[in-house]
Design a protein around this ligand. Structure first.
Ligand SMILES: Cc1cc2nc3c(=O)[nH]c(=O)nc-3n(C[C@H](O)[C@H](O)[C@H](O)COP(=O)(O)OP(=O)(O)OC[C@H]3O[C@@H](n4cnc5c(N)ncnc54)[C@H](O)[C@@H]3O)c2cc1C
Ligand code: FES
Length: 293
């Protein structure tokens, strides 16, 4: 038991995660971390414990939280370092690990991610979260996790929790080359890993959707996906065509991460807007791409 601003809290275990989220499908896409609604909308100061380059251009940041980070897989944090005004806005990252040591995986693509990848042990890191909702775990079904690129981050967290509860997991991991497979070793420990690369340097040559077609033939399967938006749409369509439920974690440009700036809007099939930071980032694919499930 940990004290949390005067109130006792308990860090959720994997079985809490499964028990509390089961049956919560009707709350998607607006369930906001069913067991972890303790976001205080204020940045917490944490301390960098390690910055590990886990593949070229990808760093795993571990940070020590005095108040344990309580996110579930799919939820995210907004983070920034103590680097002054440039860039001024925080950046969004999926949670890879929660607890007293939090983790995010950062791909160096621009100024904010460059600074994060080059932080040092002992540096201050400001963290807001957990934000958004999380994946709803399977109920009797097997789980097929489909990751593209840095979309692997929330799915590693999901695979590690589901593995502790005995859910059979197939992890389909798509990348451009053999050098774009961060956290591969962690996945191999908990799931059956199937790799696809666009250049064929490792695994099947081609796109993740190709092996996925065979994996969704059994209707007692649930698909979870995170990655580039075109990949998510293709994955969602394969699952929907097979009559299998698919949950996707979307990314969209974010300034605030908490419903204020409206910069993260996506348009639903009925023409209305939904906001990735507060209504997602996890959505049932059919609610975003149209279709039956
Ligand atoms: C909910 C959520 C979870 C995320 N999780 C991760 C994660 O686990 N690991 C990770 O490395 N990144 C993640 N991202 C993306 C990350 O926030 C951006 O890469 C980051 O903000 C880029 O900041 P920058 O200053 O380095 O580059 P910028 O100069 O801000 O952007 C560099 C390039 O990336 C593009 N870009 C910026 N943000 C996004 C975005 N959200 N989606 C697609 N393209 C974008 C820009 O258009 C530009 O081309 C996530 C984003 C969201 C919304
Ligand atoms: S990021 Fe500001 S409203 Fe979603």
């Amino acid at each position: 038991m940990t004290r949390h601003f005067g109130k006792p809290i308990r860090i959720p275990t994997p079985s809490d995660f499964v028990q509390n989220l089961r049956g919560a499908e009707n709350r998607l896409p607006t369930a906001r971390g069913a067991i972890t609604t303790s976001c205080m909308k204020q940045y917490l100061k944490t301390t960098i414990q390690s910055v590990e380059e886990v593949a070229p251009g990808y760093s795993l940041l571990s940070f020590i939280c005095d108040t344990p980070l309580q996110g579930t897989p799919g939820q995210f944090v907004m983070i920034r370092g103590n680097w002054g005004a440039n860039p001024v806005l925080p950046r969004a990252f999926s949670i890879v690990q929660s607890g007293s040591v939090g983790q995010v995986l950062v791909r160096d693509v621009g100024p904010g991610t460059y600074l994060l990848c080059n932080m040092h042990v002992g540096d201050e890191l400001y963290v807001l979260g957990p934000l958004g909702n999380g994946f709803i775990p399977p109920e009797g079904e097997a789980a097929v996790l489909v990751a593209g690129g840095v979309g692997v981050a929330p799915l590693v967290f999901l695979a590690e929790l589901l593995a502790e509860t005995g859910v059979p997991i197939t992890f389909l991991y798509g990348a451009r080359t053999q050098y774009d497979l961060p956290l591969r070793e962690r996945i191999e420990k908990v799931a059956k890993l199937v790799i696809t690369t666009e250049d064929g340097s490792v695994g099947h040559k081609g796109l993740v959707t190709e092996p996925l077609v065979d994996m969704v033939k059994d209707s007692r399967t649930r698909v979870y996906s995170c990655g580039p938006n075109p990949m998510l749409e293709a994955v969602g369509k394969v699952a929907m065509a097979a009559g299998v439920e698919c949950q996707v974690a979307l990314e969209s440009p974010m300034a605030c991460g908490m419903g204020t700036c409206k910069g993260c809007a996506v348009v639903k099939p009925d023409g209305t807007f939904t906001y990735v930071c507060t209504d997602g980032p996890v959505f049932v694919a059919a609610n975003i791409y149209g279709g039956e499930k």
